[in-house]
Design a protein around this ligand. Structure first.
Ligand code: G6P
Length: 492
């Protein structure tokens, strides 16, 4: 009854189960494995949950055949608190490129299912095979979790890759404390119900004790999907399932703002800042930082910038757009097509509005180092976040965190979860309305300093208080409460 006394036993751990481990494995020139621990929001948030020892379980991003090499690499990963789930390339293709990124990712971002990619496999059962692969992959995760499970562990499953995992775990250890968090939107039930395996996915994820979403709307859509598709009763707290309540709640994620503000004080970032200011001197700089993904609205952003330059010849040569398009899921054909489309638009705009000394768009197909990114965030005048759909969008948070000196303007899509929290300070846009977006670009460039500072102040306060740490703490504390209640109900 440790829970009831509010005590945590020495063995209590937080086990984060995510598709991707927060490390990159690569070989150096001598063929030795090297690990680069990523310092993203989730990792730093969970480091701060000091009450628990944190362990990660996930896919290491590479395939190594069983044997001595794999054992050695596994030992290195374990040293970093990461336990790998090995997934061979054939399974990975059907699970990750297939069901995760060609089916669930699309649907959850309101992109209708695409029959094209299924019929290419010359098998009408293509989606069915991807779904089977998804279940097999989730079972691999379950096996690793169960091998490493200690009573009292808190299992926190992340994202759309692992929606079947909660039930797989609960079937073996009914008392396991299992939380699930979806980082993408959850679409309207009208969209969701097109999924051929809609019941199976819902029933499986309902195995969790608590399911979290970034916004109230996503949670509401999930509950109404359970009501309409499964006929279950939705209550203000969640969904009633087989006599138990699966709690559903809203937990908007944030960033670790200090990581950015501290970095800005370092010589390394300041030296990047000086170089960039020198390079772009005399011009206003607009910034886009996105994974190269159709949900990020990069073509729409470029078309709006093009329209702005067309209609405002006075701004040509005085403003440029730096667009960082981080390559992503490059084996999925939709992503390959998007890359070509973006290159074509960038080429057209640069060809039309560029001069011998002016290039309107600096487009980079690459990721930047953390220090370069901080510098870019700090020196730019406007950030353009034009997602067609986005679970939250933390680029908008990172930009705000780095803008204390400039008070730059955030142009933000109303379809990003972040619009619910940074809407007060940002200029909100509908990315499908190119005319309005071009207008927003002009408004952002012409905004008075007073208004910029006031808008920035509001957003900065939000980013400072609604941190990743706060997100993790509230989710875990609610998961603990939910589990105590469930325990009490079982005892009665
Ligand atoms: C989104 C998802 C994450 C995912 C990330 C990068 O933010 O919600 O779960 O890790 O994209 O995508 P990748 O496919 O490279 O892991």
């Amino acid at each position: 009854l440790d829970f009831l006394n509010g005590e945590s036993s020495a063995s209590e751990r937080l086990v984060v189960v995510a598709n991707r481990l927060p490390v990159t494995c690569s070989k150096d020139q001598h063929g030795h494995w090297q690990l680069q621990v990523s310092a993203g929001g989730l990792v730093s948030a969970l480091k701060g949950v000091s009450t628990y020892t944190t362990m990660w379980i996930g896919w290491p991003g590479i395939w190594v055949k069983p044997g001595r090499e794999r054992d050695a690499l596994t030992a290195m990963l374990v040293q970093e608190g990461c336990i790998p789930v090995w997934i061979d390339p054939t399974l990975l293709d059907m699970y990750y490129n297939g069901f995760c990124n060609s089916v669930l990712w699309q649907l959850f971002h309101y992109v209708p299912l695409n029959i094209d990619s299924w019929q290419k496999m010359s098998e009408h059962r293509a989606m069915q095979m991807q779904w089977q692969a998804y279940q097999v992959a989730n079972q691999r995760f379950a096996d690793v979790v169960l091998e490493n499970y200690l009573p009292n562990d808190i299992m926190w499953i992340q994202d759309y890759h692992l929606m079947v995992l909660p039930s797989l775990l609960k079937a073996v250890v009914p008392k396991m404390k299992v939380g699930f968090f979806l980082h993408t939107p959850f679409p309207s039930s009208e969209m969701y119900r097109t999924l051929p395996v809609r019941e199976e996915v819902l029933r499986a994820v309902l195995g969790a004790d608590l399911i979290g979403f970034h916004t109230y709307d996503y949670a509401r859509h999930f509950i109404s999907s359970c009501t309409r598709i499964l006929g279950l009763e939705g209550t203000p707290e969640g969904v009633e399932n087989n006599g138990t309540i699966c709690r559903v709640g809203t937990f908007p994620i944030g960033i670790d703002p200090e990581r950015f503000t501290h970095a800005l004080e370092t010589d390394e970032v300041q030296s990047h800042v000086a170089k960039l200011l020198n390079r772009y001197a005399g011009r206003k700089i607009m910034l886009g930082v996105d994974r190269l993904d159709m949900v990020k609205g990069i073509p729409q952003k470029l078309l709006a910038f093009e329209k702005f330059l067309e209609e405002h010849p006075e701004w040509r040569d005085k403003v440029l757009l730096v667009q960082i398009a981080v390559p992503s899921r490059t084996d999925v054909s939709e992503y390959q097509k998007l890359r070509s489309m973006v290159h074509e638009i960038v080429g057209r705009i640069n060809g039309q509005f560029g001069t011998l000394t002016y290039v309107p768009i600096y487009h980079l197909d690459t990721s930047l180092s953390f220090t370069e990114l901080c510098a870019l965030y700090a020196v730019t005048d406007v950030a353009l976040v034009t997602s067609l759909r986005d679970g939250m969008n933390l680029v908008s948070y990172e930009y705000v965190a780095c803008q204390s000196d400039n008070a730059g303007v955030l142009v933000l899509s109303e379809f990003a979860g972040a619009a619910q929290s940074l809407g007060a300070g940002a200029i909100l846009v509908n990315p499908w309305n190119i005319t309005d977006m071009a207008q927003a670009i002009e408004d952002s460039l012409c905004m008075s300093e007073e208004e910029r500072r006031e808008r920035h102040r509001q957003n900065y306060m939000h980013v400072q208080t609604h941190t990743a740490q706060h997100w993790a703490d509230t989710f875990i504390s609610e998961l603990n409460d939910t589990h105590i209640e469930a325990d009490l109900r079982m005892k009665h």
